[in-house]
Design a protein around this ligand. Structure first.
Ligand code: TYD
Length: 143
């Protein structure tokens, strides 16, 4: 299972003036961004996600608040806590993801490698497991 999905964003600043975090194509992120979206006003305790993507890759970060992201490769589940604006999570294609809102006002920002396409989603966990078993993704290769 992936040990390197969490990225610590390059950050400039000071406690006096505040901070600025950033990422750049090729230097920090390996896919060109085709889409940006964000999820907000989610009540605490709500779970979102619950799907995998066949091809889409995404970088997720939480500029304010606290969101837990569980990433599942069909064999193992790994939990990541986005509790700092300096942390971002790269989620490759072929991973089931679940997102748990831990604090009121938490915002989840996402950049994605492609346009929105419902046919790229796998929304049924058993169907996801079938894709894994059939070797649709080589998770070992990706990590
Ligand atoms: P979805 O990806 O299922 O979000 P979550 O897993 O957090 O519930 O998207 C929710 C709805 O928004 C779904 O009907 C598809 C739509 N949507 C778009 O139209 N464009 C987008 O870029 C995204 C991410 C979702």
């Amino acid at each position: 299972m992936d040990k390197n999905h969490l990225i610590y964003l390059r950050t400039e600043g000071s406690a006096e003036r505040g901070y600025l975090s950033f990422f750049e194509l090729n230097r920090d992120l390996q896919f060109p961004i085709k889409r940006v979206y964000y999820i907000y006003d989610v009540p605490v305790g709500i779970k979102r996600g619950m799907h995998a993507h066949k091809k889409l890759q995404q970088l997720l970060w939480c500029p304010c608040g606290e969101i837990e992201i569980v990433v599942d490769d069909g064999k193992e589940r790994v939990s990541y806590l986005l509790d700092s604006p300096k942390k971002a999570l790269l989620v490759l294609n072929g991973y089931w993801r679940e997102m748990y809102w831990k604090k009121e006002g938490s915002v989840l920002c996402v950049v994605a490698s492609d346009y929105y396409d419902e046919t790229d989603y796998i929304r049924d966990y058993n169907e996801f497991l079938k894709y894994v078993e059939e070797g649709y993704w080589d998770h070992e290769d990706q990590l």
